[in-house]
Write a protein that binds this ligand. Structure first.
Ligand code: AMX
Length: 435
């Protein structure tokens, strides 16, 4: 057994004992009430899930095992000559609950490089789809085709003790994380680069090897990928992709099936697809205005028109956050350092100056501030990745780190199959009338 796996098992056993005690001594303590509005409005604010990997504060934003994004950028190991965290380190932190050493991160890089082989039938499955297929659909087909490799599914079919589920989930998760960049890069090169594929370089770290296979060997893009893969990885447990992965996993579906389910949620425009929508929205605005950099007045007019047309302003608002997303700020800092003169980036910043005021004035959105998706596309365009329909796949590769670390914990803690109670509107009416 690898030393990381052994260490995880020790931590998992410790926490399992604590959870058993918690349930035995305090299991019936009430942690919240539920209103009728919450039942109809996305269960917002109901505390009903346990996720170890990260915790969101409405004003401060996400903390991964207690570390904010600026703290991660300071404290996680970096590539030689690089300034951004290596996503391997974030995975270690989320899994283990403590910061990794340089050696831990190097170990993960080499394990993932060794396990990154993708069988040919996965590429054949992707090739069977029309070239016009959305990259997120190709991504999910690729993930599902990879499910043939699930060690858990095989072991379960042969018959295993439930005490060992975690071990197979761990192996499947490591293999899936190792393979995803290859699948994603294959889709990108197939759809946008005439199928001219690039072989992995086993000597590179996970994020820069991904950049390399996509066809971007620029050191700036590699740094961006490391940052991108780090900040998109997790956002506590209730968001659609994390919750779906956890929910489907609770039926003992394997890592591939659970993650694919989560990715179908990420593909929705109110969730991960918003990153492509932001760039599409800005390009449409530029086109309408005849190109170039719009003025703030023109942006404001366009925002109001978007809202009047009954559409959302992509990249703004959040179900839980109530301030500017620190993931937006991290990308803004990256841009200020590496590409302060970029025209599209400047437009993103002007939009940031305008949208919160308009959304606040209209008073409908509970959070007028930008989320992670408001900035990411402009950075990618700067380095030449203009194919915005692909952006959500990048988000998905990163999201694997958080949701798969969480699935390992779900199995290690032996969490139950999820099955909340639902009622009908008839039931609600009777309840209100005291029947
Ligand atoms: N533009 C226009 N209207 C918005 C808005 C925005 N950016 N954000 C919220 N609103 C509207 C909602 O549509 C809702 O209108 P309704 O009452 O007519 O249905 C009203 O304001 C209240 O919504 P809310 O409670 O503030 O937000 P929510 O929790 O229901 O939804 C979110 C959150 C993110 C879906 C929403 O803010 C939105 O649609 N934003 C744009 C899409 C986006 O950027 N999504 C990415 C989120 C981050 C991520 O998951 N990657």
């Amino acid at each position: 057994m690898s030393y990381i796996k052994e260490k995880f098992k020790v931590k998992a056993d410790e926490l399992s004992t604590e959870v058993k005690d918690l349930l035995k001594n305090h299991g019936s303590k009430v942690i919240g009430d539920v209103t009728i509005a919450q039942a109809y409005q996305g269960m917002r604010g109901i505390t009903g899930l346990v996720t170890e990997t990260s915790l969101l504060d409405a004003n401060e934003g996400i903390r991964f095992r207690g570390y904010s994004i600026p703290e991660l950028r300071d404290n996680l190991p970096k590539a030689v000559g690089g300034a951004e965290p290596l996503p391997e380190g974030l995975f270690y932190l989320m899994l283990m609950g403590e910061l990794p050493t340089e050696a831990d991160v190097q170990h993960l890089s080499s394990v993932w490089a060794r396990r990154s082989h993708v069988p040919n039938h996965v590429f054949d499955a992707i090739e069977a789809l029309p070239i016009t297929t959305h990259p997120m659909t190709m991504f999910n087909v690729g993930i599902m085709a990879l499910q043939t490799e699930s060690l858990f599914a095989k072991a379960y079919a042969e018959g295993i003790n439930k005490k060992d589920y975690w071990s197979y989930m761990y192996e499947d998760s490591m293999n899936l994380i190792a393979r995803l960049p290859r699948v994603a890069a294959y889709i990108y090169r197939r759809k946008y680069k005439n199928g001219q594929h690039i072989q992995p370089d086993g000597l590179l770290d996970w994020g820069s090897n991904f950049a390399h296979m996509l066809g971007y060997d620029d050191e700036g893009f590699k740094e961006l990928m490391r940052l991108y893969m780090t900040i998109h990885a997790d956002h506590e447990g209730g968001n659609v992709s994390a919750h779906t992965t956890h929910l489907v996993g609770s039926a003992l579906s394997d890592a591939y099936q659970s993650f694919a389910a989560g990715m179908n949620g990420l593909a929705g425009p109110l969730h991960g697809l918003a990153n492509q929508e932001v760039i599409r929205w800005i390009l449409a605005m530029q086109e309408e205005l005849g190109g170039g950099t719009p003025t703030k007045e023109q942006i404001e007019k366009y925002v109001r028109k978007t809202l009047a047309d009954g559409k959302v302003v992509p990249g703004y608002g959040h179900a839980v956050l109530r301030k500017t997303d620190p993931r937006f700020t991290a990308q803004m800092e990256f841009a200020k350092k590496h590409l302060p003169e970029d025209e599209l980036v400047k437009i993103v910043w002007m939009v940031y100056d305008v949208v919160p005021g308009v959304l606040t004035e209209l008073g409908k959105a509970k959070n007028p501030w930008p989320n992670v998706d408001a900035h990411s596309g402009a950075l990618l365009v700067h380095y030449g990745m203009v194919e915005y329909e692909f952006y959500t796949v990048l988000f998905g590769v990163s999201r694997a780190l958080g949701v798969l670390a969480s699935l390992c914990w779900d199995r290690a803690l032996g969490l139950s199959i999820e099955r909340p109670k639902s009622v009908t509107t008839e039931w609600m009416k009777n309840f209100v009338e005291g029947k």
